[in-house]
Design a binder for this molecule. Structure first.
Ligand code: 5AD
Ligand code: SF4
Length: 443
């Protein structure tokens, strides 16, 4: 018997990429002659290296090229080693990757992962393999999956992909394509399968997840209808979803936050900026005021919901006054988590052509924003002390007899309890709040 081939995948960027990397590993496990691939966490041990790349910020393509350059020695030592680039940089750069870095054997865009076994065979045969098309079909349906391998207690599940919003700074509509929702029956089948394999919490993924409109039994579904259908799956205890756009927060979704017990009280709702002038230039089609009213309605439905968001500072033509409006909005919402980024011009997007803010000024604004966000985040975390939460245990902690899991608000919670089991949901009283996590005792 021959040794199974080994696959090393390095994943950059968002949770969608994490999910895609898992699916790619499963697809290659079943491919080719012999046993197919098993995954390894050591590149120097691998028969195939895949970089699953992200193009959303910074000099993404340049980073990929320098990472690829580092594999030169490996490839020289083992000519059989195949190197592939997947994800959004693959989509954006296409053939150019193989021209600039001849050691690359395979380039595959996010819409073509179902063709990975074929592409791998082609690369194995010594040819260059490339696919960055946008087919119409459901790529996940075509990906073969391993039989019923057990899973950890939490999982991601992609329900829609792509985006039609065209925010002026964002590459997603170009790299992931137009918005496509998967049919509900496939999502529900995948969810049931995950639950049979030990999953208790599912996070529904999509670049524009609340624009979900997949086909269901009585016509098109909404995300809220999909959540209610998932709610009926025995053994599934927690549902989350990310990332949402303010304009797609429908009434039924807001109501679900108040009524569906399995839907966790956490909502990632990026606003990007607090100045209407900048929001307009960003093509966000909501105002600061409409966003704040929306947050009020969501909190009316679920008063304890923890809000999280994304911010961009130093967007072209952002003045100090515009930036102040962002700080004001943050003060008013009080985010439990928020991710803030310095604007990075993405080639091919409208904002990349506009007058840029001085980078030193943008850095300074980013620091001020992050200080404010950290203050709120820390305060909200500290307010958990003395409260009872439910914790889904995910893995052992660093100390002996310690378990770590997430509360319903997505705070990491450590519990000292030798009897705690992975996958168990326990009532826990929070006793202290640290820099990035809480400590609690089982009630
Ligand atoms: N520059 C900086 N941040 C960006 N994001 C998206 N595009 C850019 C860009 N060009 C941020 C947004 C988005 C998050 C995923 O990344 O805040 O919500
Ligand atoms: Fe990008 Fe999100 Fe805007 Fe779509 S809604 S263009 S994914 S920032």
């Amino acid at each position: 018997m021959t040794e199974p081939k080994k696959l090393f995948i390095k994943t950059y960027g968002c949770q969608m990429n994490v999910y895609d990397s898992e699916r790619m590993a499963e697809a290659l496990a079943g491919s080719g002659e012999g046993q197919g691939y098993v995954t390894t966490d050591r590149p120097d041990d691998a028969d195939m290296i895949l970089l699953n790349t992200c193009h959303i910020r910074e000099k993404a393509a340049e980073k990929v090229y320098s990472e690829l350059g580092r594999f030169k020695g490996l490839k020289a030592a083992r000519p059989d080693l195949k190197i592939g680039v997947a994800g959004c940089v693959a989509q954006a750069e296409g053939e150019e990757i193989m021209r600039r870095q001849p050691l690359v054997d395979l380039v595959v865009g996010p819409q073509s992962y179902h063709r990975l076994p074929e592409l791998e065979a082609k690369a194995r045969g010594g040819e260059k393999a490339l696919d960055t098309d946008f087919p119409e079909e459901d790529k996940f349906e075509k990906l073969k999956s391993r039989p019923k391998a057990p899973r950890g207690p939490t999982a991601f599940l992609t329900v829609q992909e792509g985006c039609d919003k065209f925010c002026a700074f964002c590459v997603v509509p170009y790299t992931r394509g137009a918005e496509v929702s998967r049919p509900a029956d496939r999502i529900l089948a995948e969810a049931r399968d995950l639950v049979e394999r030990g999953v208790r919490e599912i996070t529904l993924l999509g670049q524009n997840v609340n624009a979900y409109h997949g086909a269901g039994p009585g016509g098109d579904m909404t995300l809220a209808k999909l959540i209610w259908a998932l709610d009926k799956i025995d053994g599934l205890e927690r549902i989350r979803f990310t990332t949402s756009h303010p304009n797609d927060m429908t009434d039924d979704l807001i109501a679900a936050h108040g009524e569906c017990e399995k839907l966790m009280p956490y909502l990632h709702l990026p606003v990007q900026a607090g100045s209407d002038r900048i929001l307009k230039r960003m093509n966000r089609s909501h105002t600061a005021e409409s966003y704040l009213r929306l947050v009020e309605r969501i909190r009316a439905a679920r008063p304890d919901i923890l809000m999280s968001g994304d911010f961009i500072v130093g967007f072209p033509e952002e003045t100090e006054e515009d930036f102040q409006a962002t700080l004001d909005l943050v003060e008013r919402v009080r985010y439990g988590y928020a991710y803030s980024f310095k604007y990075s011009p993405r080639p091919g997007t409208p904002a990349a052509e506009r007058p840029q803010v001085d980078p030193a000024e943008a850095d300074e604004r980013l620091q001020r924003l992050q200080a404010l966000i950290t203050r709120d985040q820390r305060a909200i975390q500290d307010e958990m002390v003395g409260r009872e939460v439910s914790v889904l245990f995910e893995k052992p902690g660093r100390l002996d007899g310690q378990m770590v899991g997430k509360s319903e608000y997505l705070h990491a919670v450590h519990v000292q309890d030798a009897n705690a089991r992975i996958g168990e949901i326990a009532r826990v009283r929070i006793v202290s709040s640290g820099a990035n996590s809480l400590a609690g005792e089982r009630v």
